[in-house]
Ligand binder design. Structure first.
Ligand code: PLP
Length: 460
């Protein structure tokens, strides 16, 4: 029996439910409609409200409590995606998505995700996915080249920066035998969470007026397993002085982990590399390709110059997974928490090939340029203030006045659905953040955001 056909199943017991499923959804029959859905979604996403306009529980209430008894056609899934789910989506692909860190899932990567799911490689060992494993090494080397990092680092892909930072701290603990993590008060909560999950102590170092770690406040680091420095903090994209942190880490025998989850992609442009001075001295570095490198979540790139420390921390190979030594060392599951690893490298490979260095640079530069324009508009407008130096594509600003006024403004702006922005606390003050990163954002979109902000501010 051919897959997808009716008739007798392989074991000759007649047509089974599984055969119906195979018949109910087929790449050839449903693929074109699905690709058409994806293409037309990307064309019309700018017409949809950016932030989902539903109440908690509303989507769940629309869905049946029980799964279908009989197989349904895939067309029903596509229909319900439109009719039941779509207005419960916050559209990260919207050109006026400016909240948190705006991201883009580009077309080469979307297609590659389809292929990765088709191949369904589960890289538990090198031999279960040789090409996926070796391509992962190659694309991580390519990104090292693109970002101007030292060659020879060992790279692999984790799902998120939270996992990458957790893994780095585990390796640091293994390497140092210590149980203290240091980071600035601007570091991402992933560092706190990792320390908490690991039962390690965490000490937060104050930041200066520009939200950079105050290195002289690191104090005695002789008990520190890891110091986490951030290039591109979550609130204001501030840049810790990594070189100075590296001096302290080296002198004190601590592991230096650099979190460049958002800003790391900007290293592709030589004019931004000043911000990464000292990163070459890191013991580990995380950059999320799923933030500013045109790749859909999840694709967190983690490099280390100390792969043997990672391997000591994570390698646990039970008998049933044993293979000859030469293969063992190549199994990336020995360098991180997960055993089963999906073929994430394929989408990144597609992005790197289909955009090239030039395309990646153009994407970063456009985001930074648009942010600079927005920054200039805010600085020139009476009644508004900038709240942090602008780095990369993030602008922190607020309406002159109380926190409450700014909170209300944010609610009104987002409720309208034309734009989506988020907030942060800086120096104890509530500030608004406009983060540019969506590949389809144009000057018109940023202008519209500014118009909505000023209009809502006037109406407050
Ligand atoms: C600087 C920084 N580090 C880490 C993270 C966590 O990223 P992820 O969602 O991949 O865990 C973020 C998320 O925005 C971030 O801004």
């Amino acid at each position: 029996m051919s897959p997808g056909g009716g008739g007798l199943s392989r074991d000759g017991r007649g047509t089974s439910a599984l055969d119906d499923v195979r018949a109910a959804a087929s790449l050839r029959e449903d693929g074109p409609a699905t690709l058409e859905w994806a293409a037309s979604y990307l064309e019309r996403v700018h017409e949809l409200p950016v932030l989902a306009q539903v109440k908690p529980g509303e989507i769940r209430a629309r869905l049946p409590a029980h799964p279908p008894e009989a197989p349904e056609p895939f067309s029903a899934v596509l229909r319900d995606l439109d009719e039941l789910l779509l207005d419960g989506m916050t559209h990260w692909q919207h050109p006026r998505y400016f909240a948190y860190f705006a991201t883009s899932s580009s077309e080469p990567a979307i297609l590659a995700e389809l292929l990765a799911a088709t191949l369904n490689a589960v890289a538990i060992l090198w031999r279960t996915a040789p090409a996926a494993t070796e391509l992962e090494g190659v694309v991580l080397d390519w990104v090292v080249d693109l970002l101007g990092l030292p060659s020879g680092w060992h790279g692999h892909i984790e799902d998120t920066a939270s996992t990458s930072t957790l893994a780095a701290i585990i390796a640091a603990r293994e390497a140092t035998g210590r149980d203290l993590v240091l980071c600035s008060d601007q570091a991402h909560s992933a560092a706190d969470k990792a320390a908490r999950m690991l039962g390690m102590r965490l000490r937060k170092v104050p930041s200066d007026a520009e939200f950079r770690m105050q290195v002289d406040e690191l104090g005695d680091v002789s008990e520190a397993a890891a110091i986490v420095a951030t290039v591109g903090t979550t609130a204001s994209a501030a840049v810790d002085p990594v070189g100075q942190v590296a001096d302290v880490a080296e002198a004190g025998g601590a592991w230096l982990h650099v979190d460049a989850a958002y800003a790391g992609s900007a290293m592709v442009c030589p004019e931004h590399r000043w911000a990464f001075a000292g990163v070459e001295r890191a013991d580990s570095l995380v950059v999320n390709a799923h933030k500013w490198m045109l790749t859909p979540v999840d694709c967190s790139l983690l490099w280390t110059r100390r792969p043997e420390d990672f391997r000591r921390a994570f390698s646990l190979v039970p008998e049933f997974l044993r293979t000859p030594d030469a293969e063992d060392a190549l199994s990336l599951s020995e360098y991180g928490p997960a055993l089963g690893r999906r073929f994430r490298a394929l989408k990144l490979w597609a992005v790197l090939r289909c955009f090239g260095r030039a395309g990646l640079r153009a994407h970063i530069r456009r985001g930074v340029e648009l942010a600079a324009r927005f920054e200039a508009w805010v600085s020139e407008e009476e009644g508004w203030e900038l709240c942090a130096p602008r780095h990369f594509s993030v602008v922190c600003f607020r309406l002159v006045g109380s926190d409450e006024r700014n909170r209300q403004l944010l609610e009104r702006v987002n409720a309208g659905g034309q734009v989506f922005i988020s907030h942060a606390m800086l120096n104890g003050r509530y500030v608004l953040r406009l983060a540019i990163g969506q590949m389809n954002t144009t000057e018109e979109d940023v202008t519209q955001a500014w118009d909505v902000l000023r209009g809502e501010a006037a109406a407050l």
